[in-house]
Design a binder for this molecule. Structure first.
Ligand code: NAD
Ligand code: DAU
Length: 354
């Protein structure tokens, strides 16, 4: 079996669902259930004996050690993290605690467990660390996309904490021989995305008749990847990735934020027109920019394609249409996540009128 951390969050839950849809290998799912963790996403697995959910912190070394000894996984895939850049600006402490200290404790628990394995088990064991393209910093308009050899130049508390965790993972391989793999992925989107992030926020605000907040001039560029393509890439790296290597994951889908929001508005105009017949784009509102806002991210995913044969299945056009349709069809899920502590965040970030 494999141990997945952060498997109740956006990408982790998609990964667990996809894993169990295409494999019979059981999953131990360790998640702290912060505001971003949602067991409702995993409700289809409630009676599935291949899924064992445990609420807990990756930083709790005793808990992780006991899980490793009890279940004896052949691999650990680490999604657990604080993931929202804006929250890291308001309060970086949780990001240091989970992304840096938590990853350190997780690595230490895994190192102890790994030392107890037979030689054969040790060489086949894998720790796959899921990271981000944001560790490379920002690109100018004419720069080449990030490759695996780009320098780390993180600019936000979030990306600095992820960069720190990547360095720990690298060091645990070089110093202790732990068989690690690291993936650095661009912006994901798709089902079960928490609506503090641009794409789900815009879809839900649009149909609720609220403002669609664009930071600054809206010309910042992100490289979008449909979440299921990211999950497939992680499965492939886990299966065939070379120990100690890092792999960039991206969809070759660079888009300016304003264009992303415009595309969502056009799809909504078609799938669920406003009752007054006006276009959703009328709800676009320019708001104060994010401090330290990175201008452009773009991923060169050729290593993953050439060495491991992975390619995204979705274009941005097909993936965004599926995503909008999913949010329109899954109102029960969205209503459940847009209550409680999420409301407090929205009031703090965008003011009471949001
Ligand atoms: P998310 O915020 O939706 O989910 C994070 C999950 O981790 C939640 O279920 C949360 O409860 C859990 N968690 C947080 N702290 C924990 C702790 N201390 N112990 C155990 N569980 C904890 O994040 P996501 O968007 O699904 O991202 C998953 C991973 O992928 C993160 O490491 C993130 O840095 C990385 N990543 C995300 C993107 C993206 O576009 N979302 C892109 C590249 C990489
Ligand atoms: O690049 C990978 C990263 O992508 C991941 O590592 C992060 O975990 C993930 O959150 C994401 O980070 P971003 O900051 O790029 O995503 P976000 O959805 O927050 O913002 C996307 C872009 O949209 C960014 O340029 C900021 C802008 N934005 C965002 C929000 C929430 C707005 O203009 N308005 C908004 O209200």
């Amino acid at each position: 079996m494999i141990l997945v951390t952060g498997g109740a969050g956006f990408i982790g839950a998609n990964f667990v669902l996809d894993w169990l849809a295409c494999k019979d290998e059981p999953v131990i799912n360790l998640d702290k259930l912060t505001y971003a963790g949602n067991l409702q996403t995993l409700s289809s697995l409630e009676r599935d004996p291949r899924h064992h959910f445990i609420r807990g912190d990756i930083g709790d070394r005793d808990l992780v050690a006991s899980l490793l000894l009890e279940y004896r996984p052949r691999a650990v895939v680490n999604f657990a993290a604080e993931s929202h850049v804006d929250r890291s600006i308001h309060g970086p402490g949780d990001f240091i605690q989970t992304n840096v200290v938590g990853t350190f404790n997780l690595l230490e628990a895994i190192r102890d467990y790994w030392a107890t394995l037979s030689e054969e088990e040790q060489s086949s064991f894998r720790f796959l660390h899921v990271s981000t393209d944001e560790v490379y910093g920002t690109l100018a308009a004419t720069d080449a996309p990030f490759s695996e050899t780009n320098r780390y130049e993180p600019n936000s508390p979030y990306s600095a904490s992820k960069a720190a965790s990547d360095h720990l993972v690298r060091a645990w391989h070089h110093t202790y021989g732990l068989p690690v793999l690291t993936t650095n992925c661009s912006n994901n989107y798709g089902p079960y995305h928490f609506p503090e992030k641009l794409i789900p926020l815009v879809i839900l605000n649009a149909i609720a008749g609220k403002a669609l907040p664009i930071y600054g001039d809206g010309q910042q560029i992100r490289d979008w990847l449909y979440v299921k393509d990211h999950c497939a890439a992680i499965r492939r790296v886990l299966e065939a990735g070379k120990v100690g290597e890092t792999y960039n994951v991206g969809g070759w889908n660079e888009k300016a934020n304003l264009d992303v929001v415009g595309t969502i508005c056009s799809i909504l105009n078609e799938l669920q027109p406003r009752s007054d017949g006006k276009p959703y784009a009328e709800q676009i509102t320019f708001v104060a920019d994010r401090p330290g806002h990175d201008r452009r991210y773009a991923i060169d995913a050729r290593k993953l394609e050439q060495e491991l044969g992975w390619k995204p299945a979705e274009t941005f056009e097909t993936g965004i249409r599926k995503t909008v349709a999913w949010y329109l069809a899954n109102r029960e899920w969205t209503e459940a996540v847009t209550s409680g502590s999420y409301r407090q965040w929205i009031d703090r970030q965008y003011g009471d009128e949001a």
